[in-house]
Ligand binder design. Structure first.
Ligand SMILES: Cc1cc2nc3c(=O)[nH]c(=O)nc-3n(C[C@H](O)[C@H](O)[C@H](O)COP(=O)(O)OP(=O)(O)OC[C@H]3O[C@@H](n4cnc5c(N)ncnc54)[C@H](O)[C@@H]3O)c2cc1C
Length: 397
């Protein structure tokens, strides 16, 4: 039987970042990443907005706060090293009503506490930064928010893992694993330490090890629409003030690395994990599993679930979704946003006993294993810092 010192289940950005960080610390060790898909970046890591978040949304004592600012910096350095383009868009957060201003102030205070460069600007300064955006009295300006092509980043990271001596096995699902062993359709392996970075399936993999039994994954679907505007017309990402009862950031406009404008993503509850449209990935057992989790979530005192459903479901309509973005950028018209983007599904962890969606990254140790259970946004931005933190603080191979 072949063996590895470390095997990573899941070759998204988090799994690759972990293999990369491990190899940087332990050169010459045998490390393999297994991904079930034939191509890299097939799931969230290649289906996101590519926004390098700055790190000002998160409670100062959270892992997100700790790892996002550093992750932003590390990802920039990585992109520079590997020749991956980063567009310095910055980002503005705008208020659409007076009652949002106290929340805008809270965001500013969080940014200060998290050591993130941020500026509160008035309407005139906003106009200078992004002439298309509108706000009520004040807006937040985040100069360190940027954008890159998420697929290009993942491919470059896989390349660095290989250069450091790691193996990346695509088209290789892990069917079963436990302490010290892992099985694919082709082979069994003896493994010193297993890292679970399986994204939408991280809960299932963790349960093989008896870890995180109290958790289930709830998938939320993110739709995007691209505009026909000439590249560069919108210069900055434009976000609303988030609703604190809603775990997601609300409909926003982002600029791609090539300068195109897109609206999205939504956070529409989904009935199976890889629900990218059509029946691909449909699995009746999975639908049952997800459906079983919803009643606890719907009754949850922690979130306004009926409100979330009421505001998210209509976003299946392009006109409705684009109409929401027009509150931030009035020149947005539904007829200019007709090109569908690649759908992404958020792997959001539900704490079943309380019906609470976990808002922070969740990482759990297990016997001979480490489990990244809640690599929600902005884990793409935070991945390199998260991997550094996990290798230094959690993994003991
Ligand atoms: C719509 C959307 C927009 C987002 N926007 C942003 C953003 O702008 N900025 C940001 O920082 N973050 C963003 N995020 C979050 C970010 O994309 C994720 O946090 C990040 O990609 C998680 O990476 P991952 O490696 O954990 O997951 P994934 O990319 O899903 O990787 C998990 C991998 O595990 C593999 N796998 C699963 N089970 C097995 C198995 N049994 N055997 C082998 N392989 C397996 C899958 O094939 C997959 O490739 C967004 C997410 C979504 C969905």
């Amino acid at each position: 039987m072949r063996g590895y010192d470390v095997a990573v289940i899941g070759g998204g950005i988090v799994g690759l970042a972990l293999a990369d960080a491990w190899l940087a610390r332990h050169p010459g060790t045998r490390v393999a990443v297994f991904d079930k898909e034939p191509d890299l970046a097939a799931h969230a890591s290649g289906r996101n907005s590519g926004v390098l978040h700055a790190g000002f949304y998160y409670a100062p004592d959270s892992l997100k706060a700790q790892l996002t600012r550093r992750g932003n910096q590390m990802l920039r350095e990585f992109c520079t090293e590997r020749g991956v383009d980063v567009r310095e868009t910055g980002k503005v957060v705008v208020a659409t009503a007076p009652e949002q201003l106290p929340r805008l102030d809270d965001l500013y205070a969080r940014g200060q506490a998290n050591g993130v460069p941020l500026e509160m600007v008035d309407e005139a300064a906003l106009h200078e930064l992004e002439p298309l955006a509108r706000t009520h009295k004040r807006a937040l300006w985040s100069p360190t928010t940027a954008v890159a092509d998420p697929v290009a980043v993942v491919e470059a990271l896989a390349q660095r893992v290989r250069e450091r001596g790691g193996e990346v096995h695509l088209g290789t699902p892990v069917l079963d694993a436990g302490p010290g062993r892992l099985r694919t359709p082709y082979q069994q392996f003896a493994v010193g330490h297993i890292i679970n970075a399986a994204g939408l399936y991280a809960d299932r993999v963790a349960h093989w090890f008896g870890v995180g039994e109290e958790y289930r994954m709830l998938p939320f679907k993110g739709l995007y629409w691209y505009s026909s505007w000439p590249p560069g017309r919108l210069q900055r990402h434009v976000y609303p003030v988030p609703d604190p009862r809603n775990p997601f950031l609300g409909v926003h406009l982002t600029v791609t690395v090539g300068g195109r404008t897109k609206v999205g993503p939504t956070a529409i509850p989904s009935l199976w994990r890889e629900d990218y449209g059509g029946v691909r990935g449909f699995d009746a057992r999975e639908v049952w599993d997800v459906a079983r989790s919803y009643p606890g979530f719907v009754r949850s005192p922690h979130h306004d679930v009926p409100g979330l459903v009421r505001t998210e479901l209509p976003k299946y309509s392009r006109r409705y979704l684009v109409g929401q973005a027009a509150a931030l950028v009035p020149s947005v018209r539904a007829e200019d946003f007709r090109e569908k983007g690649r759908i992404g599904v958020r792997a959001q962890l539900l704490h079943v006993p309380t019906g609470r969606l976990e808002m922070d990254f969740v990482v759990r140790p297990g016997e001979g294993s480490t489990h990244v259970l809640n690599a929600v946004s902005p884990a793409w931005t935070s991945s390199l810092a998260m991997a550094e933190w996990i290798c230094d603080n959690v993994v003991s191979a």
